[in-house]
Design a protein around this ligand. Structure first.
Ligand code: FES
Length: 579
C-alpha cells in the first residue's frame, strides 16, 4: 500500500517560502528532542480532553500512554494536543452551549496542525459529539476512543450508578423518605471511579453511536474505564491510527453515511438510549450533509425492539452490558435490519463484522433477543402537533404507561428562574393530573437548552407519593433521567413557537399512540396571544455568547451552528503554501 503520509510537512506555516517553513518547523520540533528518524515517521495527532474540571476523563493520562505505545509500535510518531474539555456538571449555564465551541476547536486544530491521522479521545456527554462533528468537517483519517463507563458504587447493600440513582435518591429526599444524613452518605457513593456515567445515559449512548457509525475500533465502546481491556483498546487504537495514516483512510466522510446513520438510529432505539443522542446524531450527520427526518425516525422506532435491560429504564448498569456482550450483542439482535455495506475504521463492513459475531455468548438477562425483547418497539419517538409543529421528543420507554395517553390542565413556568421560585410553593395550584410546562429553556434561550426538562415533581405532590407527571418543555433531559417527559419542543418558545403561548389552565393532549402533542386552544385565541407575547429574549453583545445566540439552529437540526453544517468547506482559507 503506498504511503500517503506527509508527516511534519502537512499544512506548512505561511512565510512566503515553503522550504524555509519546513526548515523552521523541523528546527523547532527538534527543540523537543526529536531525532530526524522520529520526525520522518507518519504523525498521529492525539486529541486529548483531560481536564481538572472533567472527572469522567481522569484516567486519560494512562490511556494516552497506551495510545502512544500503539502508535510507536506501528512506526508512527504520536503527538498529543489539547482541545477544550467539557465536564458535564462543571459548566454553566450548561455544557450544551459549549459543544459547538469544542467542535470548532477540534475541526480547526486537526486541520491547522501537521498530522496524518488523529485519535479522538473523549467520553463525557458533549465531548464525543463535539469530537465527531469536528472530525467529520476536517475529514482527516480519524478514530474515536472513549473513556468507558464508571463502575457502580455500593450503599446499604444496593448498587448505585451515576446518575439515575442520583435522581432517584434526590427525588426520595425531596419526598421526605430519605433524610439528611443518608443523602450526604449517598453523595460519596454515586460516582466512585473514573469514567462516564454508569447507566445508558448520553455518554454511553454516544459511545455506542460512535462505534456503530464506524468511527471506533469494534467492540470497544462499552469497556469499563478501569478495565485492562480499556488500555488494550487504547493501544490498538494507536496502532490502527498509524495504518489509517499510511493508507489515507477511511475518513469520517467515508464512514458517516446515510446507511451508518440509520444503523446508529437503530442502535439508539434498541438500547433505549438518551434523548440527547438524537440532537447529537443530527448534528454529526448534518456535518456531512445528511438530514435526520423525524418521520423516518418514527418508522424506525416502530420497527426496532428494545433489547437491553439497563437503567435509567431497566435494571442493569453499563458494566453488566459490557459483560453481557456489549454492542456486539445488540447488533446481533437487530442484524436483519442493519445496513450491511457500511464500513468501519478497520475497513470491514457491518456484514463482515456480523458474520464474525455468530458464536459469541450473550447474557440474555441483560441483552435480549428480538423474539423476546424488553419492549417490541423502540424507546424513543418524535411527536408533532399544534404545540410542536416541527417536532418534539418523548422517551416512551422511560414514561409511565398510564400517562402515555393523557389530557390535562397546563401549569406554566415561564423560565427556569420562575420554575425555581414557584415549583415548591405550597400554594401552587397543581394536581397530579396536571401537565407541567416549562417555557424559554430551548437552544436560543439564555439558559442554552439545559437538561431541565425533567421538571421536579412539586414537593407537596412528591410528599403525597406522586412519582411522575407529564412534563413538557423546549429543554433537554439528562440521558440518565426518566418519566413522561416531552422534550425539544420546536419551534422553541424563544423563537416564537406555540409553547410560548401556553397559559395556566389551557388543556394539552399527549398521545404517544398517535405521536401527537396538541395545545387545545382555538387558533383565534392563539393569534391574539401571539400579538401580545414578547417571545425573543435579549441578545448578548459580545463574545461566544453572541456567536452562539445568532447562529444556533433548532433542536431538529441538531443545535449546530448554521455556518458549520455540511459543505465540506475548509474552516480557514488554505493557501498554496499551506497545502
Ligand atoms: Fe460525564 Fe455523566 S458526567 S458522562
Amino acid at each position: 500500500m503506498p504511503d500517503k503520509t506527509k508527516g511534519l510537512d502537512n499544512g506548512l506555516t505561511n512565510y512566503g517560502d515553503r522550504d524555509f517553513a519546513r526548515y523552521l518547523r523541523r528546527s523547532f520540533a527538534k527543540s523537543m528532542g526529536y531525532t530526524d528518524k522520529a520526525l520522518d515517521r507518519p504523525i498521529v495527532g492525539i486529541c486529548t480532553t483531560e481536564s481538572g474540571f472533567n472527572n469522567c476523563h481522569r484516567h486519560f493520562p494512562e490511556m494516552l500512554e497506551a495510545v502512544k505505545r500503539g502508535v510507536l509500535a506501528e512506526g508512527g510518531l504520536p503527538v498529543p494536543f489539547p482541545v477544550i474539555s467539557l465536564g458535564e456538571v462543571f459548566l454553566s449555564p450548561t455544557s450544551m452551549v459549549y459543544r459547538n465551541l469544542m467542535a470548532m476547536t477540534v475541526e480547526e486544530m486537526i486541520r491547522a496542525q501537521p498530522m496524518d491521522s488523529v485519535v479522538l479521545m473523549g467520553g463525557c456527554d458533549k465531548t464525543v459529539p463535539a469530537l465527531l462533528m469536528g472530525a467529520a468537517s476536517a475529514d482527516k483519517p480519524a478514530v474515536l476512543l472513549v473513556g468507558g463507563p464508571m463502575m457502580t458504587g455500593r450503599h446499604r447493600g444496593e448498587r448505585l450508578g451515576a446518575c439515575t440513582d442520583c435522581r432517584r435518591f434526590w427525588g426520595n429526599y425531596r419526598a421526605g423518605t430519605v433524610g439528611e444524613e443518608e443523602i450526604n452518605q449517598v453523595e460519596g457513593r454515586l460516582a466512585v471511579t473514573s469514567g462516564t456515567c454508569a447507566v445508558m445515559g448520553t455518554a454511553s449512548t454516544m459511545a455506542l453511536i460512535g462505534e456503530t457509525l464506524g468511527m471506533m475500533l469494534p467492540g470497544t465502546a462499552a469497556i469499563p474505564a478501569v478495565h485492562a481491556d480499556r488500555l488494550r483498546a487504547s493501544e490498538e487504537t494507536g496502532t490502527l491510527a498509524v495504518r489509517m495514516a499510511v493508507s489515507g483512510g477511511p475518513t469520517p466522510r467515508q464512514l458517516i453515511t446515510r446507511g451508518s446513520a440509520e444503523n446508529a438510529i437503530r442502535v439508539l432505539l434498541a438500547v433505549s438510549g438518551s434523548t440527547n443522542a438524537i440532537i447529537h446524531l443530527t448534528a454529526i450527520a448534518g456535518r456531512v450533509g445528511i438530514e435526520i427526518d423525524l418521520e423516518e425516525f418514527n418508522a424506525l422506532s416502530d420497527a426496532t425492539p428494545v433489547l437491553v435491560d439497563l437503567k435509567p429504564v431497566g435494571t442493569g448498569y453499563m458494566e453488566d452490558f459490557h459483560a453481557a456482550g456489549g454492542l456486539d450483542g445488540v447488533l446481533r439482535g437487530i442484524a436483519g435490519s442493519l445496513r450491511g455495506d457500511c464500513l468501519d475504521v478497520t475497513g470491514q463492513t457491518m456484514s463482515e463484522r456480523l458474520a464474525r459475531l455468530l458464536t459469541d455468548p450473550i447474557d440474555r438477562a441483560v441483552i435480549r433477543t428480538a423474539e423476546d425483547p424488553v419492549n417490541p418497539v423502540g424507546g424513543l419517538i418524535a411527536l408533532h402537533g399544534s404545540l410542536a409543529p416541527q417536532g418534539a421528543i418523548l422517551k416512551r420507554a422511560a414514561a409511565t404507561p398510564a400517562l402515555l395517553e393523557h389530557e390535562g390542565r397546563a401549569v406554566v413556568f415561564s423560565s427556569l428562574e420562575d420554575l425555581g421560585l414557584r415549583i415548591d410553593d405550597p400554594d401552587l395550584d397543581v394536581t397530579a393530573d396536571d401537565i407541567l410546562v416549562l417555557q424559554n429553556a430551548g437552544p436560543r434561550s439564555a439558559s442554552g437548552m439545559p437538561e431541565a426538562g425533567y421538571l421536579p415533581i412539586p414537593k407537596k405532590l412528591a410528599r403525597a407519593g406522586v412519582k411522575d407527571m407529564v412534563r413538557i418543555s423546549d429543554a433537554r433531559m439528562s440521558g440518565t433521567a426518566f418519566g413522561t417527559i416531552v422534550l425539544h419542543v420546536t419551534p422553541e418558545a424563544d423563537a416564537g413557537g406555540p409553547l410560548a403561548l401556553v397559559r395556566n389552565g389551557d388543556r394539552i393532549r399527549l398521545s404517544a399512540s398517535r405521536k401527537s402533542i396538541d395545545l387545545l386552544v382555538p387558533a383565534e385565541e392563539l393569534a391574539e396571544r401571539q400579538a401580545v407575547t414578547a417571545t425573543t429574549g435579549p441578545s448578548p453583545r459580545r463574545g461566544y455568547a453572541k456567536l452562539y445566540r445568532e447562529n444556533v439552529l433548532p433542536a431538529t437540526l441538531g443545535c449546530d451552528f448554521d455556518f458549520l453544517r455540511d459543505e465540506g468547506a475548509p474552516g480557514m482559507r488554505e493557501t498554496p503554501e499551506s497545502l
